[in-house]
Write a protein that binds this ligand. Sequence first.
Ligand code: ZN
Ligand code: ZN
Length: 116
Amino acid sequence: MPLPDKTLTCSDCGQEFLFSGDDQEFYASRGFTEPKRCRSCRAQRRSEREGGDASASFSRAPRQDREMFDVTCSSCGQPAKVPFQPRGDRPVYCRDCFDRVGGGGGGGRTSSYGSR
Ligand SMILES: [Zn+2]
Ligand SMILES: [Zn+2]
């Protein structure tokens, strides 16, 4: 004989939820008391306790998809990072100096800096 369904009130969100006859049997067989919270609140609590979804929000951290190379600026001597592999036969500049010198020779305004 199945037990009749019950309607309980969630102590978290205050919503009524169904405590089905099957669930009542299951709870009774495990020696559990009646649930105080609805399914969604219970699931939320569980994931909070396990820290389940907490790390998921960090998975969208910005990805560094361009490799940066450590160089020493040929002009001011400051350490800098450039998005290209520095070659020994060419001067490399930090961002400031690069803007100032306009690419380090050659005359072209477009240069390796910033190219992909
Ligand atoms: Zn609830
Ligand atoms: Zn510099």
